[in-house]
Design a protein around this ligand. Structure first.
Ligand SMILES: *Cc1c(COP(=O)(O)O)cnc(C)c1O
Length: 376
């Protein structure tokens, strides 16, 4: 018996994919970004639901993730977005016509193009993220050399740096201009029908001109907003704020109950002292299981549709809750860490606010060892 249950809602994923499908139209392909154990939601169950509900491509970070997907889905198109370390030593693992790889350097194209059944090669352009990608200064030289050496090239891509962070989008617009000029440069050298892509969740929702040939949607596939700013931007731009449905529920059970007199310290560091006679519940979830330790003395969980405050520091595998005002709560009762109980919700955004981070980090940290169970 696992100490946590992670439930994955098929209908929520279907709903979110349908939302993007309608938004981007039939000409733009939909990449379901399932890197990092599908943002903690479970790589294989999410990939299988996404493919069933019409995702065209699965997006991952690493070759390792691509190989796991390939074992389960022999025909799926898989886009590998991160770089592949030690490419020279392992490029034969890319012998797969339904792999698409993003590369930053011509050396990578040279290596990959020697494969008989080579993957599709997309060049990544750094338009302002300063992470992967060829620099804007090098684009002309690069296009010239790829053409001169008769190397294959199938696509061109970039990634926005700060669309999620602001409601003012001049930096993203500059990135888009740079990307369009890189596309033009490649066109001049004869690469006329490259597959063009740059949009992730926020930019796909905000900028219709960024949708191009495919969108790479991660966080909002799971029903989460990239940020509050994304919602505000949509409303400022008088665009529809789509309805997204969170797909993940995290549940556990009350493991132990204690009645403590007023003035009792709780947990490591004695950071909490009861201010009243307190009924306390222990749940078998801690920072190892993926609960952010910054929720100590701050966050809540749900029991019988009521909020139970976290008392003291979160431990490695346990957390203490105040259930004084939930008198019916008893041993073995369900505790919702993320999701809803009755009319109350605790969302990944609540956790992110308590922990001063982003919802992306909250969900990707949920222990991958727990099985993900598909419901509805
Ligand atoms: C992770 C990632 C995405 C998805 O971003 P979201 O904000 O989660 O939609 C898209 N493109 C690249 C290159 C990524 O690494």
């Amino acid at each position: 018996m696992q100490s946590s249950e992670i439930l994955l809602s098929r209908s929520a994923l279907n709903h979110n994919i349908a939302f993007f499908r309608k938004l981007v139209g039939p000409k733009t392909k939909f990449v379901a970004v399932v890197k990092s154990n599908a943002y903690g939601h479970g790589l294989i169950p999410v990939a299988s639901i996404a493919l069933d509900s019409g995702a065209d491509i699965l997006g991952v970070n690493s070759l390792e993730e691509a190989m796991i997907l390939r074992d389960h889905f022999p025909k799926a198109t898989i886009l590998i977005m991160g770089s592949i370390p030690k490419l020279q030593a392992r490029y034969r693992e890319l012998e797969d016509e339904n792999f698409w790889v993003l590369v930053s350097r011509i050396e990578e194209i040279k290596i990959i193009s020697t494969l008989k059944h080579r993957p599709k090669i997309h060049i990544k352009i750094d338009t302002g993220m300063s992470r992967l990608g060829a620099s804007m200064d090098s684009v002309e030289e690069l296009a010239k050399e790829i053409k001169f050496l008769k190397l294959p090239l199938d696509g061109i891509a970039t990634h926005f740096a700060s669309t999620e962070d602001f409601t003012e989008h001049s930096y993203s617009m500059k990135q888009l201009e740079k990307f369009e000029s890189a596309i033009e440069t490649f066109k001049r050298f004869g690469f006329i029908d490259l597959i063009r892509h740059c949009a992730s969740s926020a930019s796909a929702m905000l900028f219709s001109e960024a949708r191009m040939d495919l969108v790479r949607v991660g966080i909002s596939l799971y029903g989460l907003w990239p940020s509050l700013e994304t919602k505000l931007s949509l409303s400022q731009m008088k665009k529809e704020i789509g309805s997204l449905k969170p797909a993940l529920t995290w549940k556990t059970k009350i493991q132990h109950i204690q009645n403590l007199p007023q003035g009792t310290f709780v947990g490591y560091g004695s950071t909490y002292k009861t201010t009243h006679p307190t009924k306390l519940a222990v749940v078998p979830v801690g920072y190892y299981e993926g609960l952010d330790r910054k929720l100590s003395n701050q966050g809540y969980m749900l029991i019988h549709g009521e909020r139970a405050k976290i008392l003291g520091r979160i431990c490695m595998n346990m957390t203490m809750l105040d259930i004084t005002n939930i008198p019916d709560a008893k041993l073995g009762d369900e505790v919702v860490v993320l999701g809803n109980s009755g009319n109350e919700w605790i969302t990944a955004d609540d956790h992110a606010n308590w922990a001063n981070t982003i919802n992306y980090e909250i969900v990707t940290k949920i222990l991958s060892l727990f099985p993900r169970t598909i419901v509805d």
